[in-house]
Design a protein around this ligand. Structure first.
Ligand code: DX5
Ligand code: ZN
Length: 228
């Protein structure tokens, strides 16, 4: 498997009584990115955490070579401006912010897509039942496409195998158009059997949570199993 694929760790299923210790484990394992899952109990049937914890985590990681990628599973209210909504997340100093295609209206989508020099990398995520082609017209304005390989809402779910074809279709499209971006990211159910198949299909960036964090073995050992 190619090691130039980026692995991001989702802290959704981390031990929050020992969050500092969890972050130290991530730093020690040299994981280059932390994936921060924000849930609203509306777009998804679960609640997680918001800007305060993000700011604390970001502050702790700022000189530690771990990027933060923020995945917002939040339904935007119809009248809200994307720039206003994102302010509390941006001030935390995140590297990238990914919104769901399904969680915005057309106006909000256009505002996000057309936002130049936002100060963070922009991503759009799609749920498993959303076809990849809905994003084709926006690819030139995106840094990341996040393909959800589980129904968003919970960690530790089984990878939906139809996601491989979505990755392939997007990769093929980018190659045909000679696009160097966006990065193809995959999120949900990534482990030592699904990771290799995602990379083979064309993924550049894999988000893995429970496989890396909720095991008897260390993150480094889990990573090694993933690469072999
Ligand atoms: C699901 C989240 C994922 C998830 C990944 O809604 O977006 O980031 O926590 O966790 P695992 O790797 O356990 O599927
Ligand atoms: Zn996520």
């Amino acid at each position: 498997m190619e090691k130039d694929t980026t692995i991001a760790v989702s802290i959704l299923t981390a031990d929050f009584l020992n969050l500092k210790n969890e972050l130290d484990r991530i730093i020690a394992a040299k994981i280059p990115a932390l994936h921060f899952d924000v849930m609203d109990n509306n777009f998804v049937p679960n609640l997680s955490f918001g800007p305060k914890i993000l700011a604390d985590v970001s502050n702790y990681l700022k000189d530690k070579a771990v990027m933060i990628d923020c995945h917002l599973m939040v339904q935007l209210k119809p009248k809200v401006k994307v720039k206003d909504f994102l302010k509390p997340f941006i001030i935390s100093g995140v590297n990238s912010i990914t919104l769901h295609y399904e969680a915005m209206n057309k106006k909000q989508l256009l505002e996000f897509i057309n936002w130049k020099n936002a100060g963070f990398k922009k991503g759009l995520a799609i749920k498993p039942k959303t076809p990849i082609k809905v994003l084709f017209s926006d690819l030139a304005n995106l840094d990341y496409v996040l393909i959800m390989s589980v129904e968003p809402g919970f960690g530790n779910q089984k990878f939906i195998t139809g996601s491989y074809q979505k990755i392939k279709t997007l990769k093929q499209y980018l190659v045909t158009k000679n696009f160097k971006a966006p990065i193809i990211a995959v999120d949900g159910g990534i482990n030592d059997s699904t990771a290799a198949l995602c990379i083979e299909a064309g993924a550049d960036y894999l988000v893995s949570g429970s496989y890396l964090l909720n095991n008897q073995t260390s993150i480094t050992e889990q990573l090694e199993k993933m690469w072999k």
